[in-house]
Design a protein around this ligand. Sequence first.
Ligand SMILES: [Zn+2]
Length: 549
Amino acid sequence: MPADLILTNARVYTLDPARPWARAVACGGGRVLAVGDEASISALAAPATRRIDCGGRLLLPGLTDAHVHFLQYATRRRQVSLFGLTDPAAVRERIAAAVAAVAPGEWIVGWGWDSNRWDMPPTAALLDDLTPHNPVALARMDMHTWWANSVAMRIAGVTADTPDPIESHIARYADGQPTGLFSEWNAIALIERHVPQPDEATLAGWLRETIAEAHRLGITGIHDQRVEHEGAQSLRLFQELRRAGELDLRVHCNVAADHLAEAARLGLCPGFGDDNLWLGHMKAFADGAMGSRTAHMLAAYEGDPHNTGIVVTPPDELWRLIVAAADSGFPLSVHAIGDRAVREVLDVMCEWTTTQGATHKLPMPQRIEHVQLIHADDLGRLADHGLVASVQPVHLHSDWRTADRVWGERARTTYAFRSLLDRGTVLAFGSDAPVAPLNPMLGIHAAVTRQDTAGEPAGGWYAAERLTVAEAIEGFTRAPAYLSGKAGRLGAVAPGYYADLVVLSQDLFAIAPATIPDTTAWLTVFDGRVVYAAEESNTAESPPLPSTV
Ligand SMILES: [Zn+2]
């Protein structure tokens, strides 16, 4: 096959052990045809071959975000952002601006607040004087708690008489009146079901914009982690884009565990679909989140002696789920943040692997999402049982102070990437957007430096857990491909692999680690086509260059 695209003068880090480094890549029919030196690759050029000189830049396999809520991110990026606001006054300012931009009665929906560094808790009263005629619903950074104003609670019919819905919590004053905070899905749903939803055409447009943003960040694949109450919308929209030829992204689509019975009845299995869009794992939740102090802990939170967090799916229920899912061919993807949740999920997964793993040939490994705090005694258990840790290093940027405060000394094994990797654990990296920014360079930076983007703490937070640049890149390339059961065709730059590639603006191996976040994609190739080019001369409209060397 003649090459239709040749990339030359690149520092190609292939992630192919047979040839870790190369200078040039030839692509044809959506696949990588050859990887090698300038001369051997240039020899594959035909007259119509498009050639791009990469100017000596670093070329990697296209990056895959192994944990993202893509539709939710596409929606959230259209809402009021409260990220990084360090006091309630700044939130009020932003809400006041939002009120000025909408009509009375219209909902104001926002996300990204983090009250851990505020001097007062968020309450409806804090918003009510600004928003007498508009309902307000603001999701916390981790999305496990929503903050509503009094108009929103009135619309939702929430009063002192409203009981806490199962497995969730409504914050209250001493007299039982709700303060405005709703934790975990069933409580959140009291408010959320009244928030008007955009129609599907609008959402499809937002998805297209977000795919373009992913390309600008060097992302060519995602593992879409749907939330329990999200329903069928994201899979339906991805299929619509797929049919229209607009899904320039490889999408591993997890299925919420409450749909297991339906999926089993239909005979759906993981991998169903194609290499553009496929079904992935059955997604379940073991606990809540750290910032909301709902992560399930072996011992109480620091300074909160009666709180050990909450259980979303208890171990016996999780056991029934893992057995039923595997009987239908599905591995699980289980959210576990606190050390007790991680241990209980490990107990279930290790027990299943030991007793039933050999008789069930699952097409993808079992996975645990976040593994945020793992007890030192449990560090070797993932590798021992072939379980994958799907982790989001970027959380370290915003969370390390909170982890110190709520977990104290125990935080030593928070985001314990080095400890896990050295014991042989496969670490797949993701962003958890919209909980954190989508940019994978922030994740690489956090894993390599163990510092936030301001360079704090000096020397790195539990710096012994740092990874190398190469290990961090692996988390966004080979590991997610392995997790999808597509290790032979995704996640490396090698002959026969899909031509999903990214050329970066800076060489991650050569620059100071503190400057990793400044790195952007210079060129992104999906399925052999240029889908993003930072410079005019590389745009898809430019004519093919002469094929001579
Ligand atoms: Zn998530």
